[in-house]
Ligand binder design. Structure first.
Ligand code: AMP
Length: 216
């Protein structure tokens, strides 16, 4: 059972963090905290934060650590996180990891595991440039690997599917570069703490089974 487990998902954009989170959420009462989703919502609502973030996001660059860490801290302080959580896309830098460690200590929510979804670049780029998201419910599809039953229509809610602007080939490449440069050192940081579970499986059920086995 994966209740009350506090997890971080690390992986290049397109490694499957969102997809695996969605499968886990169907099975367990965990809270899913995706900094990308929170930021995209801010952009959509045209908030001040959204306006600041939007340019950086379009270029595939990281939003400043303090802003993102503050957003996550506020979310982690909410009561429903007592059930455990999946942090998806955060932390991405050592500085963010330190800010997170402080917040988790203050909130009394110790980290259980860092799940690293390790996927080859070639597959990542294929996946990213074919990825589609539902405008209405946010569900993730892929034109090549996980197509919707009806083209451009969400299986779950009938909403229209679209491609994220940062999933173009050019931006996808630069996001991969940013990942290797800034996020890879995070894995060393968490490996030293004995927290990392690296998974090279590509099948989503096998990935979830590996996480369940590790945390049983
Ligand atoms: P994602 O959906 O996780 O791929 O995030 C999309 C974009 O949001 C990234 O390319 C960044 O511009 C921004 N973003 C998301 N999470 C973070 C984070 N932890 N730190 C800085 N920027 C972030």
């Amino acid at each position: 059972m994966l209740t009350q487990k506090n997890l971080i998902f690390v992986g290049a954009p397109g490694a499957g963090k969102g997809t695996i989170s969605a499968v886990m959420l169907e099975k367990y009462p965990l809270v899913h905290i995706s900094t990308g989703d929170i930021l995209r919502d801010e952009v959509k609502r045209g908030t001040e934060l959204g306006q600041q973030a939007s340019v950086l996001m379009k270029e595939g660059k990281l939003v400043p650590d303090e802003i993102v860490a503050g957003m996550v801290r506020a979310r982690l302080a909410q009561k429903d996180c007592d059930n455990g959580f999946i942090l998806d896309g955060f932390p991405r830098t050592i500085n963010q990891a330190n800010l997170l460690a402080e917040a988790l200590k203050e909130l009394g929510r110790p980290l259980d595991r860092v799940v690293y979804l390790q996927v080859d670049d070639e597959i990542i780029l294929k996946r990213l440039t074919a990825r589609q998201n539902c405008k209405k419910c946010g569900a993730i599809f892929n034109k090549i690997f996980m197509p919707s039953k009806v083209e451009n229509v969400c299986d779950n809610c009938g909403g229209e599917l679209f491609q994220r602007p940062d999933d173009s080939l050019e931006t996808a490449k630069s996001r991969l570069e940013v990942f290797y440069k800034q996020t890879q050192p995070l894995l060393d940081y968490y490996t030293e703490q004995g927290k990392v579970l690296a998974i090279t499986e590509l099948d989503k059920d096998k990935i979830v089974a590996a996480i369940e086995k590790e945390l049983a």
